[in-house]
Design a protein around this ligand. Structure first.
Ligand code: GAR
Length: 185
């Protein structure tokens, strides 16, 4: 049984779907939810699933405290589900090909620094794109540049707003992210 840790900075709707999925999996178990935001709603969601939580500051992460915790917990896979800080190199190096991120657009478009959450959907709308989607990829030292594992697309019409685009993207994320993780384990 693989031990999964989820890193998230915000609401954690993806984290919730992953915890739900892995309640009934023979391959993996979510054993930790870690966040850089002490008040993040994802921590409440973890409580609901009786998954232990851990919070840390950006500085602590850069000093290696998160890595130490992940090692203590014997984590096999690190799942980034709306985690908005750049991962230190030492951390990515500790989980080669065992750290996975979800990005709310079709990489390589709309990736990189500053491209997260609503910023992505606003940029997609402003560019007049006819479609967007999700990208699930392995994490390496560069923002949003690791090996792509899976993408799913959704159409955008003229009436869509950044909010409605976000809703369509979340729907795809919730549908596919847990299954794609299960496939990786
Ligand atoms: C998700 O849409 C995820 O793709 C995005 O943050 C959202 C978190 O939602 N991640 C990024 O933008 C990373 N660059 P959630 O907290 O409800 O799961």
């Amino acid at each position: 049984m693989k031990r999964l840790a989820i890193l998230a900075s915000g609401s954690g709707s993806n984290a919730e779907k992953i915890m739900e999925h892995f309640q009934n999996s023979e391959k993996g178990k979510v054993v930790l939810v870690a966040s850089n935001k002490a008040g993040a709603y994802v921590l409440e969601r973890a409580k609901k699933f009786q998954v232990p939580t851990f919070t840390f500051t950006k500085k602590e992460m850069e000093e290696g405290i998160l890595l130490k915790k992940l090692e203590e917990e014997q984590i096999d896979w690190v799942i980034l589900a709306g985690f908005l800080l750049k991962i230190p190199d030492a951390l990515t190096r500790a989980f080669p090909d065992h750290m996975v991120n979800i990005h709310p657009a079709l990489l390589p478009k709309y990736g990189g620094k500053g491209m997260y959450g609503a910023h992505v959907h606003e940029a997609v709308k402003a560019a007049g794109e006819k479609e967007t989607g999700i990208t699930i990829h392995l994490v390496n030292e560069n923002y949003d540049e690791g090996k792509i594992i899976f993408q799913a697309h959704t159409a955008i019409d003229e009436l869509d707003t950044p909010d409605s685009i976000a809703a369509k993207v979340h729907e795809l994320e919730h549908k596919y992210f847990p299954k794609v993780i299960e496939g990786l384990l």
